[in-house]
Design a protein around this ligand. Sequence first.
Ligand code: KG4
Ligand code: ZN
Length: 332
Amino acid sequence: MRVLGIESSCDDTAAAVYDSAGGLLSNVVASQVAVHEAYGGVVPELASREHIRSIVPVVEQALARAKTDRDDVDGVAVTAGPGLIGSLLVGLCFAKSLAFARGRPIAGVDHLEAHLFAILLERCVEFPYVALLVSGGHTSLFRVEGFDAVRLLGGTRDDAAGEAFDKAAKRLGLGYPGGVAIDNLARQGDPSRFAFPRAWLSKDSPDFSFSGLKTSLRTFLSSAEGRAFRVEDVAASFQEAVVEVLVGKTLSAAAREGIPRIVLAGGVAANSRLRDRMEAEGSRAGVEVFLPSRALCTDNAAMVAFLGERRLSAGRSDGLDLNAYAASRFSR
Ligand code: KG4
Ligand code: ZN
């Protein structure tokens, strides 16, 4: 079965083709960074308009790269939520129209689930595993028992880790989105030069909090005014505070759950320091760590097509009343 996947939950318009026999045939992402850069964050209304502009060319490119005609698409998978409603609706309406016009089945895919299983496009990972989903909108720990058995263990009480990176980068004048900029700059910095706070919360808590760290950077920068410091050292020290907590809490969750397998997912999982520390500390703790390639960490439609193909091959499709939802469906 050949499935066209569509993703438009935030600020990336993406399409991909996944085939039951041939695997991933194409994976196209159109970024809107240039549109939102001037505002230092995603402007929802502009994002929706940009999706409308990009959806047709992106889908056509994905089909062309997969050497697939529209008639050869056996089913359509689309992100239904969570995300920005206006953005989601563009992908959803397009997918529903295509499915209806061609008489093909449609599957609505949860964006968070898509991230959690993206690793399976590249690696075989035995269930269960503990997954850390870290992106611009989410920072959560999950116990993944199987495709339809995902349990939320904990999550952020305020900012997501990616949000913390983006806001810190803005304060440091590094542009938007800031995660990659901090990652790159931090390579030339000393991570122990400045002691930014680590919010461990209560002992063994699977929850996160990054708002205190954000405030502490603001206080640091206003009190440092006029004094010389290397921005590389600030970037490295800030990044270290985020990474240390992410790694520590993920390893604790794996130990508590008695699961020796950890999967990283989401845009922040592309962070080089997080990847290095997770692998090194995981190996010391006897835990196998699985890292998706960077293109499968950030938003993409390959993960949507992959989950959709599984569902549609099993005969589980949605009706055309499929609707978008803004908030996460996972709760403890
Ligand atoms: O998963 P994603 O593409 O979109 C959401 O669903 O949010 O994640 C985007 C987030 C942004 O906050 C971005 O700054 C962050 O991932 N990010 C990074 C890196 N690459 C992307 N953060 C730290 N280091 C990176 N290398
Ligand atoms: Zn995402």
